[in-house]
Ligand binder design. Structure first.
Ligand SMILES: Cc1ncc(COP(=O)(O)O)c(C=O)c1O
Length: 389
């Protein structure tokens, strides 16, 4: 066998299936159902006795091209696409957990993920939240009924880094699965399965699409978890990815390698520039030597990623003044777009949690998050300089 293609090549080529028309670009199959030759074939397809497409809630060629391409990028045996990142997390939990089970979760995960584990408590699944960076807290939180470890690294918005390999070892010893939300890095910068994680979760809405157009998600890992457990939940419950969205994201994957490298390089340049601004108290970016887990990030990630957070002197008033002075960067909560975005986490993404919980999480009133896109860094600097002088 020849050498395995590089990630850049896999992003462009992996998973493509051509129809009899030999189209060069991947086809978009906008169809709810598929036709059978006869009743016997219909029966065989429904029971799984014969492979092939049945109904787009659970089988569609465009969705399957997206799944195969993302699986190749993550080095995963199997991938199930979902309607959004949240439905990927929900499908994982519903497929793998039952009443009486316990989850250990990083306290620095996306807000809706925290709320989702809160909803699952009503169904008898208990969750303990622990520090993303203190491995000993995960170890201490383990109970006899712990079934799942869940984390996101780098975290949002403070870019804290969890040690995937170390936590995979703790999870394994506890007989629990480790699921890693890989939204910030994507497989281009970080491959959690190679570091010992059991499952990778994606909000494809972010970098995988890359241009802020559609929602999508995915769960990746071994077939015995993804195909045999997560897929049957999706087939029955239906939080499925639409073929149109799959097609958009599939085309997004073709430029993912290029975008992640370019956006990370721009983010590093911007982070260094911000560190030198007198009105900036602190910059949070894993690519900076001043980041507390810089060495771990360098080991675990190919680059720092596209998100830079920083604290301005003067609290909320100064942060809002900076945000309101921008003319180029979009004031919106999304990230992973080629258009740079700016957010005030304390009053938006983290506005619904209590001030005490916010303070404990390190989300101060002066904190600003920039998700760096593909504009020239000099123009981003001009845009931010206005509010920093
Ligand atoms: C890290 C992370 N995980 C999951 C999600 C949820 O994804 P979606 O909005 O596609 O449901 C988000 C959304 O912002 C996110 O940032």
């Amino acid at each position: 066998m020849g050498k395995k293609p590089e990630l850049a090549t896999q992003g462009v080529r992996a998973g493509q299936k051509r129809t009899e028309f030999q189209e060069h670009s991947e086809a978009l199959f906008l169809t709810s159902s598929f036709v059978f030759d006869n009743a016997a074939q219909a029966a065989a397809r429904f029971t799984g006795g014969e492979g092939g497409f049945v109904y787009s809630r659970f089988t569609n060629p465009t969705v399957s091209m997206f799944q195969d391409r993302l699986a190749a990028l993550e080095g995963a045996e199997a991938c199930v696409a979902t309607a959004s990142g949240m439905s990927a997390i929900l499908s994982t939990a519903m497929a793998l957990l039952k009443s009486g089970d316990h989850v250990v979760c990083s306290s620095a995960v996306f807000g809706a993920t925290v709320q989702l584990f809160g909803i699952l408590a009503r169904f008898g699944v208990e969750t303990t939240f622990v520090s993303p960076t203190k491995v000993e807290e995960w170890q201490k939180a383990v109970k006899s009924n712990t079934k799942l470890f869940f984390l996101e690294t780098p975290s949002n918005p403070l870019t804290e880094i969890s040690d995937i390999a170390a936590l995979a070892a703790v999870a394994k010893k506890a007989g629990a699965l480790l699921a890693v939300d890989n939204v910030f890095c994507t497989p281009i910068l970080q491959r959690p399965l190679e570091l010992g994680a059991d499952l990778v979760i994606h909000s494809a809405t972010k970098h995988l699409d890359g241009q802020g157009r559609v929602l999508g998600g995915a769960v990746l890992g071994p077939a015995k978890l993804v195909t045999e457990q997560v897929f049957p939940f999706l087939r029955t419950a239906g939080p499925s990815l639409s073929p149109f969205n799959a097609w958009v994201i599939l085309k997004g994957l073709e430029t993912l390698d290029l975008r992640m490298r370019a956006q990370s390089a721009a983010a590093l340049e911007l982070a260094r520039w911000l560190e030198a601004r007198p009105l900036v108290a602190r910059v949070f970016y894993p690519g900076l030597p001043s980041h507390p887990q810089h060495a771990l990030a360098a080991r675990q990630q190919r680059a720092g990623g596209a998100v830079v957070s920083f604290e301005v002197k003067g609290g909320r008033a100064a942060a809002w003044r900076l945000i309101d002075a921008t003319r180029l960067i979009s004031i919106t909560a999304n990230l992973g777009d080629v258009k740079s975005t700016i957010t005030h986490p304390a009053t938006t993404t983290h506005g619904r949690i209590s001030p005490e919980a916010r303070a404990a999480a390190g989300i101060t009133e002066g904190l600003v998050r920039v998700a760096v896109g593909l504009e020239a860094v000099a123009d981003l600097q001009t845009d931010l300089e206005r509010g920093l002088s």
